[in-house]
Design a binder for this molecule. Structure first.
Ligand code: BV8
Ligand code: ZN
Length: 246
C-alpha cells in the first residue's frame, strides 16, 4: 500500500466520527456520466448547467424532460460500484457515519447506506413546477416528448432536483454543515469542488478542526485544503481503506 493510503488509514483509525461528501465521480465507475464529462452523444451539444436550471426548463420543457428521462434510465440500469459498497461498510464501522451527497442518483441507498443527506435532491422523484404537488411517474411518461401535466393545477411536472439558481433544501444544508463540523475526518470523494454551496463544506470541516481527505483522479480547488490526497479512482481506493479491496 503506498504511504498516502497508510496516512489515510491512520487518520481513519484515530477518528471517532467520520463523514463523507461525494460528487458525481463516485458514480462514474457505475457508468453514470459526471457533469464534467462531455455529455455523451445526443446531449453533447447542450450545457448541463443550462439544462439543469429553471430558465432551461421554461425555455424548452420537453428538451429538459427528455434529458432527465435519459439520465433516469441510465441511473436505473447502473449498479453500485465497489466505492459505493465501501462507503456502506464505513457506515457499519463508524456509527453516525454521515454520507453527504451532491448526486441525484440512488446508488448510495442501493449500496446500503442509511444516513444520507441529499444536497441536490433526487432524479427519481417528481413534483409540479407551479404548485409543488408530488407526482408519481407513469411508464408512458418516460418516453413522452413533453413533461406530464400536474393533476392539481395543470402545471409542468419536473424532477425534484435542485437546479442551478435554486436554493438547496435548508434542512439538508443545515444537516450537512452540522455533520462536517462535528466529524474528526471528512472524506471528499469524486467532486470537482466547483458547485456551491456544497463546495464550501470541506472548508467548514477544516475550520472546525477536521482532517480532510480528498479522493479524486484529478487535482481541483479542494486539493489545497486536503490534509491527504489520494489520486485515483474511488472504486479502487475506498475498498483499500477498509482492507476489503484487491
Ligand atoms: C444556490 C442537481 C442560492 C441537478 C446540481 C457561490 C460562488 C459561485 C457560484 C455560486 C455561488 N452560490 C451559488 C452559485 C451558483 C451555482 C454554482 O455553484 N455554480 C458553479 C457552477 C459556479 N450554485 C447554485 O446555483 C446552487 N444554488 O446556491 O442557491 C443562490 C442562487 C443563485 C445565485 C447565488 C446563490 C445550486 C447548485 C445545485 C445545482 N444542481 N445537481 C442535476 O443533477 O441535474 S449540481 C450538479 O453538479 C450535480 O449535483 C453534480 O454533483 C454537480 C457537479 O459537481 P460534481 O458532483 O463535483 O461532479 P463533476 O462532474 O463536477 O465532477 C466529477 C468529479 O469526479 C471530478 O473532479 C472528477 O475528477 C472526479 N472523478 C471522475 N471519475 C472519478 C472521479 N472521482 C473518483 N473516482 C472516479 N472514478
Ligand atoms: Zn400543480
Amino acid at each position: 500500500m503506498d504511504t498516502s493510503i497508510h496516512a489515510v488509514a491512520e487518520i481513519l483509525r484515530s477518528s471517532a466520527v467520520v463523514a463523507c461528501l461525494t460528487g458525481a465521480g463516485v458514480s462514474a465507475e457505475s457508468g453514470v456520466p459526471t457533469f464534467r464529462d462531455a455529455q455523451t452523444g445526443l446531449w453533447a451539444r447542450y450545457d448541463p448547467q443550462r439544462l439543469a436550471s429553471p430558465q432551461g426548463f421554461a425555455a424548452d420543457p420537453g428538451l429538459v424532460w427528455r434529458w432527465y428521462m435519459a439520465r433516469l434510465a441510465g441511473v436505473e440500469k447502473a449498479t453500485p460500484n465497489p466505492g459505493h459498497l465501501a462507503l456502506a461498510e464505513m457506515e457499519r464501522h463508524w456509527p453516525g457515519f454521515a454520507l453527504i451527497t451532491q448526486n441525484v442518483d440512488d446508488l448510495h441507498e442501493r449500496a446500503g447506506n442509511t444516513n444520507i443527506i441529499h444536497l441536490h435532491g433526487s432524479i427519481a422523484r417528481f413534483h409540479c413546477q407551479r404548485c409543488g404537488t408530488l407526482h408519481n411517474l407513469q411508464a408512458a411518461e418516460r418516453t413522452a416528448p413533453q413533461p406530464p401535466r400536474c393533476a392539481t393545477c395543470g402545471g409542468n411536472v419536473r424532477p425534484s432536483v435542485v437546479w442551478f439558481g435554486e436554493t438547496l433544501p435548508q434542512s439538508s444544508l443545515t444537516a450537512a454543515v452540522n455533520a462536517v463540523s462535528a466529524c474528526d475526518a471528512l472524506l471528499v470523494v469524486g467532486t470537482s469542488g466547483l458547485v456551491y454551496p456544497a463546495a464550501e463544506l470541506p472548508l467548514i470541516a477544516k475550520r472546525a478542526g477536521s482532517r480532510v481527505i480528498e479522493i479524486n483522479p484529478e487535482p481541483g480547488p479542494l486539493s489545497a485544503l486536503a490534509d491527504v490526497t489520494l489520486r485515483g479512482r474511488s472504486g479502487a481506493l475506498l475498498p483499500q481503506l477498509l482492507g476489503i479491496g484487491d
